[in-house]
Structure formats: C-alpha cells, structure tokens
Design a protein around this ligand. Sequence first.
Ligand code: PGA
Length: 250
Amino acid sequence: MRKKIVAGNWKMNCDISETYELLDALSEYELAEDVQVMVAPPFTSLQAANQALIDTDILVVAQNMHQAESGAYTGEISAAMLKSAGVDTVIIGHSERRAYFGESNGILAEKVNAALKANMQIIFCFGEELDDRQRGEHFDRVSSQLSQGLFHLEESAWENIILAYEPVWAIGTGETASPEQVQEMHKFIRRTIGERYTAKIADSISILYGGSVKPENAGEIFGKPDVDGGLIGGASLKAESFAAIINAFS
Ligand code: PGA
C-alpha cells in the first residue's frame, strides 16, 4: 500500500507567532489517521513548528536547502542545519525555485544528492508550463525533469523520494488540472519510473498532485488511482481548509 500524504507548503508566509496560531487551530480538527500530514513553514518557523507538533504525527518539512555541505554561501541553509533543527524532509524543485531562483535540473540533481547523503526524505516537485501543454509537450517536459533530476539515483534511494506533480499553470492561479488530466499524468509518471527502474518501485512511490487544490476539488482528485495525495499551497494556510483536504480521501 502506498502512503497517502498531504503536505502544506506555506511558502513565504507565517512568522513564528502565526506558525503557533495556525498549528494550534489545526489541532482542533480530527485528521484522518491513515494520511501522513506534513507542513512546510519558512526556515525561521521550523523549530517553532516542531515544538508545536511534538505530540503529533505531523511532519515538519523544509521548503528548500542548498546543495553544499557548508561554506561561503551567504543566505543559504544546508541539510545538516535542517537536521539540527529536527527536520528530516525537504521539498526540492518547486516551480517557484526553478522560475525565480534559477534552479536548473542540474542544480536540483545536486540538491537531491546532498539531501540523500544526509539521510533526508525528499518531496521532489516538477511539472510543465502552460505553453508546454499547449504545444502538446507536457509529457516530454515531465519526463525530462524526472530523468535529469532523479534518474541518476540507485534503486535503493527511491525509498526516500516522494514525487509532487505540479503543473505550473495551476499553481496559485485558481486553475486546477482536471482529475482526468492529473490521473493521465500520474499514470505516465508511474509508467516512466517503471520503465527506468522496476514495477515495484513504480508501484510503491507516492505521487502527489499540487496546484490550486481546495476542499471542493480534493476528494475527486485524490480518488484517482494514481494520485496519492497533494502538495497544498494557499489552502494550507487556513486550518479549516487544510483539515478538509486532509480528510478528503474517500
Ligand atoms: P497552490 O500552490 O495550492 O496555492 O496552487 C501549490 C504549490 O505551489 O505547492
């Protein structure tokens, strides 16, 4: 059985007191026990989030990390620093990192290697842009992001990888990919992994969907056979909508 996962990507939102408030509000909700819930606050709130969630199964995740172990990289954070803050999972390759911070597939592959070397779990994000889809090149784009970012890995590394398919045109836009478009792509992703690796790896990897997931559409998307949960931006900033999404699996 693949793990069901719902992860909230808070992006550049929530200072320390807002972090306590949001997690306190979330604690008022009963959350489905078979769903691994994760929250990804900004770096400055990681420790506060860990403290607030100490008696829960909710995992605290970082939104990014640098690929070097340490050194002269002003403003950057290493895997070891995250681990020292009690964080063992990191998002790598979010489309905003790719678009605004110049993170190429090559850099992302280095980040993946650095995170795995530090024994971290990775949520690896990828997805096509609108013009890729309009040109009918969305499968090619996704397959090259996967192969350049991840296909150098050995089979054993895949235990620590979670995938998040996030079509860029659906992120923060209110525009959601249809449940059929999501299923079609997730099936393609699983097949691509099966062809490069093994059917066992392809069957066991959790593939999340991200892009304008809301309580109203989560159930239908999560109900598709190759969708194992979601990476949630805007709707994770309100306890009520995040809890409703966590509880949307049928
Ligand atoms: P959104 O963001 O849910 O606000 O569209 C998703 C994401 O960027 O991970």
